[in-house]
Design a binder for this molecule. Structure first.
Ligand code: MRU
Length: 359
């Protein structure tokens, strides 16, 4: 998608230098920094410290991490250890394990000397698939937005939480892909962007993406959505997912559940853009079984911004000695979800529809 009118993706392989490059998302919207990943430790740092984040992008980064590992030592045991190390970086997004598994199951019979090239080929493939799947999600979801526009004949108000735009994937994104496609097809849209404390992915990433694409949007703090819904200022909610269980429970950024409850109470459709790589077919009950990441409490007790001298700074916002709990995700039960928008079409959030997506 566009950044200052130039197309950019979140991660790519540069053939002439043999380098993996990423956008370091920790400094957006204030600074666009491109960095290289050269070692498995750098890949682990990038995922854990959220230079890259968003379920699909975590998966793609992990796949390139395996190429970086194979380039250093194409030994099967070394690769298995590297894969376990990368897997341990973040627990909730299922795409991480999914991508590592895609690599490991496809290298079983590959000769040692061919492993780096084979893994690079697989990682490039995972990246390309992610772009195509997100684009398909955009095209399916666009039809929902178009239908609302045709009915109301006024700009469609979409509420989203966190960042599930292209910065959370490679390009297009998941929840925002239908918005980007609608905008490209001249359907007037306006996006309510939830702040998404503690790391503010809504304010810093989603709004930056939308501004770069010239899509009208308003930033709201996390507790505003319910009020807007009561006053008919939201036509549709669309969010992403980090892991959706086989019964349709959706795990996503903390706060998604409360938005879904408000939408349900106000009869507003609540859609989840879910690439199949975000579905965990092995988990039957999302609330009970999806692991919820608890992150550093400093993400709650500090807030990052630009000071008057244009320097990015973190400032403390709680009393000395305050205890903070930082749960990064929550689970929205399937009954509150209108439907899932997948690359294969729009489906019900229940076991029978989800099981048809398997292979
Ligand atoms: O902690 P993050 O920023 O990695 O969390 C991201 C989200 O929760 C997104 O909404 C989710 O990954 C869907 S991404 C397409």
């Amino acid at each position: 998608m566009l950044v200052q009118n130039k197309n950019l993706t979140t991660i790519w392989y540069e053939q002439n230098t043999d380098k993996i490059k990423i956008i370091d998302q920790r400094f957006i919207p204030f600074e666009l920094k491109i960095v290289e990943l050269n070692t498995v430790d750098e890949v682990c740092f990038a995922i854990k410290e959220m230079q890259v984040r968003g379920a699909p992008l975590i998966g793609v980064t992990a796949a390139y991490g395996m190429y970086i590992a194979a380039r250093k030592n194409p030994d099967f045991i070394y690769l298995k250890n590297a894969s376990e190390k990368i897997y341990s970086t973040r627990p909730t997004a299922v795409n991480l394990g999914w991508a590592l598994n895609e690599i490991m199951i496809n290298i079983n019979n590959v000769k040692k000397e061919n492993l780096p090239n084979k893994i690079l080929e697989l990682a490039n493939h995972i990246r390309e698939d992610d772009i195509n799947n997100c684009k398909s999600i955009g095209e399916h979801g666009y039809k929902l937005i178009k239908k609302i526009y045709e009915k109301n004949d006024k700009p469609v108000n979409i509420l989203t939480h966190c960042n599930a735009g292209w910065l959370a994937a490679v390009d297009w994104g998941t929840a925002l892909a239908p918005v980007f496609v609608a905008h490209k097809n001249n359907i007037p849209v306006h996006v309510w962007v939830d702040e998404t404390r503690p790391r503010n992915q809504g304010f810093s990433l989603t709004s930056w993406e939308l501004l770069n694409e010239n899509i009208p949007n308003s930033l709201i703090v996390d507790n505003v959505g319910g009020h807007l819904m009561q006053h008919k200022k939201v036509d549709i909610c669309i969010t992403g997912t980090d892991r959706t269980s086989s019964n349709g429970d959706v795990c996503n950024k903390i706060g998604t559940y409360l938005k879904a409850l408000a939408a349900y109470d106000n009869d507003i459709p609540f859609y989840i853009s879910a690439p199949i790589s975000s579905i965990d077919f092995n988990i039957k009950n999302g609330i009970r079984d999806i692991p919820i990441e608890k992150r550093d409490s400093k993400e709650v007790s500090y807030i990052q911004g630009l000071n008057e001298d244009n320097i990015i700074k973190k400032v403390k916002i709680v009393p000395e000695g305050a205890q903070c709990a930082n749960y990064a995700f929550d689970v929205t039960p399937a009954k509150y979800i209108t439907k899932l928008i997948t690359e294969k079409g729009i489906i019900d959030a229940n076991s029978s529809s989800i099981s048809k997506l398997k292979n």
